[in-house]
Design a protein around this ligand. Structure first.
Ligand code: FAD
Length: 426
């Protein structure tokens, strides 16, 4: 595995180009031997707008702690995990020790940090691999958040501290085989049965689905959509791993089956009524994705910059050619805009002024940005770019899932369209 540079580092300085061409020498077709020595890069491609300067000291400390873990414990193993389709469960204690699970929540063993800190955690984790960020998103935003927001005091005390320590793994079951973009068309049902409930139906494409100890499951009831906490081992609840994925291979994905599962009354999340409840969870997770994919793009760009400095073709390093510099500049443009967007979303979220449509803009724009950068970096690496020895293809394949889950581009475009016209065109 090649290691990627931390976002605060300057990839060009880590592996400086041996020589640099001026416009004049390039135009005359001069060879590497005749061109001038390179000056050190004056800006970091990974933080061109110096947005790290906008972070607080505490935010930088959080970022650096997670970055260290990713460099030391994730990057050395993640290629193997991807290749063998293995979720790196052994990383959970170290992640829990850092306090990344439920980091934005207050109380119950959670750190209660701000939205930008949560974003930076997502960014650093996804610099390692989208699978890791997906795990943390699901555990924190899709499982702990609904328990914290809609659960009873007893549910919070029972589950949140153990989930913060990753002793209990959660999953979030909303999507069904007949179409994830339209969750209102849900077929899974729950009906009251004495004091309790009977749950029937199935869920598809569920992150952590086959390893989770606790599933947050959404079902239609006579009183609207409700959320339930279903423990593994409950009679009638089974899961299957979804194998043969070409994307997010280091993440566990499963299908959940509920065959008339009898649940006690206290399995119901009392505060979650209607589709707004699961959508509010998705907003939390989508916000994290806006940041996370920046990390994937940074890893790809750092790798491509190093490669372009070292790869000599037609008598000069690749990064001496105008065509390659144009491509690198284009990537820096896209990355910088995405970074600005994520930071603004974070500051709005911290003021509790962030709307779902604004999150949609970030999810749509930043996933597209990361996917385009990953694909272009993959190409810049040439044939070597298809090897697991490099990071670009792994990120590129992962991002095909990330652009799809938590709402496809179309769904986010329609959300923005509705926000600016007042008309729902779904
Ligand atoms: P569909 O909804 O069938 O969409 C198919 C296509 O139709 C898309 O291109 C879409 O943009 C387009 N489309 C939809 N509506 C319209 C419209 N009105 N106009 C025009 N085009 C439209 N779900 C969970 O609940 N929990 C999880 O943990 C989870 N993890 C996932 C992990 C992975 C790796 C993947 C791949 C998916 C995961 N999902 C999860 C499911 C994910 O959220 C859905 O795949 C996603 O919402 C899309 O749903 P779908 O796959 O059914 O596609």
């Amino acid at each position: 595995m090649s290691t990627s540079t931390t976002p605060s580092a300057k990839p060009g300085t880590a592996s400086p180009a041996p020589v640099a061409s001026t416009g004049a020498t390039a135009a005359t077709g001069a060879t590497a031997a005749t061109v001038a020595t390179a000056a050190a890069p004056s800006e970091s491609a990974l933080d061109f707008l110096r947005l790290d300067g906008e972070l607080t000291e505490d935010e930088r400390l959080v970022r650096d702690a997670v970055a260290r873990l990713v460099d030391e414990q994730v990057l050395p193993i993640i290629g193997e995990c991807f290749e063998s389709a293995r979720f790196a469960r052994e990383l959970l204690p170290a992640l829990a020790e850092l306090g990344v699970f439920g980091v934005s929540l207050h109380g119950y063993g959670c750190a209660g940090l701000g939205a930008v800190s949560y974003g930076l955690i997502c960014r650093e984790l996804e610099r390692g691999d989208s699978a890791l960020r997906s795990f943390v998103s699901v555990q924190s935003s899709l499982c702990m958040y609904p328990i914290h927001s809609y659960g009873s005091e007893q549910q919070k005390l029972q589950w949140l501290p153990r989930m913060a320590r990753a002793e209990v793994i959660g999953c979030f079951g909303l999507t069904e085989p007949q179409g994830g973009s339209d969750p209102a068309n849900m077929r899974t049902t729950a009906r009251r049965d004495g004091d309790g409930w009977v749950l029937h139906g199935s869920k598809m494409w569920i992150t952590n689905g086959h390893i989770a100890d606790l599933a947050v499951v959404w079902a239609q009831t006579p009183e609207g959509m409700r959320g339930f906490l279903v423990e593994r081992g409950t009679r009638g609840f089974t899961s299957e791993e979804i194998k043969h994925k070409f994307s997010l291979r280091a993440s566990n994905t499963g299908a959940l089956f509920f065959d008339d599962v009898r649940l006690p009354a206290d399995a119901l999340l009392p505060g979650a009524t209607g589709i707004r409840a699961p959508l509010s969870c998705l907003s939390q997770a989508r916000y994290g994705i806006c940041w996370g994919v920046i990390g994937a793009a940074q890893a790809c760009l750092a790798e491509a910059l190093n490669h372009a400095a070292e790869r000599v073709l037609f008598g000069r390093p690749l990064d001496h050619t105008q065509a390659v510099q144009l491509r690198l500049a284009e990537m820096v443009r896209k990355l910088s805009m995405a970074q600005l967007l994520a930071l603004q979303l974070g500051r709005l979220k911290e003021r509790e002024a962030l709307s779902a449509a604004q999150i949609s803009l970030g999810k749509w724009n930043n996933c597209r940005m990361a996917l385009e950068i990953a694909r272009d970096c993959r190409d810049l690496l040439g044939g070597a770019g298809i090897s697991i020895e490099h990071t670009a293809i792994r990120h590129m394949l992962n991002l095909e899932s990330v652009v799809t889950y938590e709402g496809t581009e179309t769904i986010h475009q329609l959300t923005i369209g509705r926000a600016v016209t007042g008309i729902s065109a779904f």
